[in-house]
Design a protein around this ligand. Structure first.
Ligand code: SAH
Length: 389
């Protein structure tokens, strides 16, 4: 096994159990290392620090263990079983909820690995080549933890690995036709991990959709950036009088319409294919509730300023036009825009609109997307519910 040595001024972060080692912290020559290789990390005196997956990238090592353990089947079985046990102990998979993130990368001490569960099927998404190379260990670990409850495992990493890697998306255990039906808060949802975005569904908004449902009865709702319509479905289930779902992707709108039909909510629903930023400039209806859940406007720090301007513009349009007393559910999933920055941006939008605004709820990612306390970068989803006078 290859070894990487860390500069003596750079060991502190590792001793504090931060799971990322940046290439600049490494003093060894790594030219001959392959992407995905397992490496042992040592300090300047060759003392063991950690073990993880190497990759020729800014994040050069993703640490899987700070103990001197082999990254073998027993290791993966243990980590995967613990992650699943957490979800089970929190009662996240029930008769009404058959959708859950089982493994959330660093949050479950498995950096580079995402596993989502849809009513008996696990969809694996690898963000590092080391994890992709470990697919057999992951497959066995999931089968071991779930037993007969697991019908199939689909590996989908073609969107998330560097283009230099050859990646094939395929079933690695069992098979299942898509779309596959699952439940969120008792609402039926068709999931298509083969053709859909990410693993097929945005699981991270589950609790926020539930909250929208609590406020939706009798209300006229606009759900922008709707993807497969999660927020719309919860509003409709909870007796919203009218729901409009908007997305710029025709494919997303087809998914939304299918889900609305599946639940027989058609009579109170219409969908719109449009650019949200354009559409929000002049709304044709006075809505009681508007949901703003855009994709990450900034993926890197250098795009942050532009992203903030984008959030401000979008929210200012909504604040200016919402019905008096209305609610806006507004989100940002850009990791580089933190909670305070986001709140300040919404406040700036409120000032610009000239209306009185109060923050009534502060929202975040749910328990199946845990944040490793030693990896604060894991906090990415934040939201506010604001009420406009
Ligand atoms: N709210 C969704 C998830 C949103 S993901 C849910 O609960 O499932 C972001 C969505 O924004 C994607 O479906 C993408 O197609 C859409 N999108 C991206 N840019 C857009 C734009 N300019 N206008 C409207 N929709 C856009």
């Amino acid at each position: 096994m290859k070894t990487v040595q860390i500069h003596r001024n750079k060991v502190d972060a590792i001793l504090r159990k931060h799971p990322w080692i940046f290439s600049g912290a490494i003093t060894s020559n790594t030219d001959t290392f392959s992407d995905g290789e397992i490496v042992t990390v040592v300090d300047a005196k060759n003392n063991f620090l950690a073990r993880g997956h190497f990759q020729h990238a800014t994040i050069a090592v993703r640490v899987l263990t700070f103990d001197d353990l082999e990254l073998n089947q027993a290791f993966f079985n243990d980590k995967i079983a613990k992650a699943i046990q957490l979800r089970m102990s929190l009662n996240l998979i029930t008769k009404e909820n058959t959708i859950c993130r089982l493994i959330h990368g660093e949050g479950d001490s498995l950096p580079g690995l995402i596993v989502d569960f849809y009513n008996g099927v696990a969809v694996v998404q690898c963000h590092s080549i080391g994890m992709y190379n470990s697919i057999e260990l992951i497959t066995e670990g999931l089968k071991n933890a779930f037993g007969k409850q697991l019908k199939a495992i689909y590996s989908k990493s073609s969107d998330t690995l560097p283009t230099r890697t050859e990646v094939e998306d395929a079933y690695v255990f069992g098979k299942c036709t898509t779309p596959h039906q699952a439940l969120e808060h008792g609402v039926k949802i068709n999931i298509d991990w083969v053709n859909g975005q990410k693993t097929g569904f945005f699981i991270d908004q589950r609790e926020n959709r539930y909250l929208l449902g609590k406020y939706a009865s009798g209300k006229k709702v606009l759900n922008t950036f709707c993807y497969s319509g999660g927020f719309s479905l919860l509003a409709l289930k909870n007796n919203a009088s009218l729901v409009h779902s908007l997305d710029s992707s025709k494919k997303a709108i087809v998914l939304t319409d299918e889900n609305v039909t599946l639940n027989e909510f058609n009579d109170r629903h219409a969908s719109i294919v449009a650019d949200a930023m354009e559409y929000m400039k002049e709304l044709p209806e006075d809505y009681d509730i508007i949901v703003l859940d855009p994709p990450a406007f900034a993926k890197h720090r250098d795009k942050r300023h532009k992203a903030i301007q984008g959030y401000k513009r979008l929210n200012a349009h909504a604040i200016r036009q919402i019905k008096p007393g209305g609610l806006i559910f507004t989100f940002s999933c850009s990791q580089v825009v933190d909670k305070n920055m986001f709140t300040n941006t919404i406040i700036a939008a409120a000032i610009e609109s000239g209306r009185n605004v109060r923050i009534i709820e502060q929202l975040h990612q749910p328990a199946d997307h845990p944040i490793n306390a030693f990896h604060p970068e894991g906090e990415y989803l934040k939201g506010l519910v604001i009420q406009v006078d």
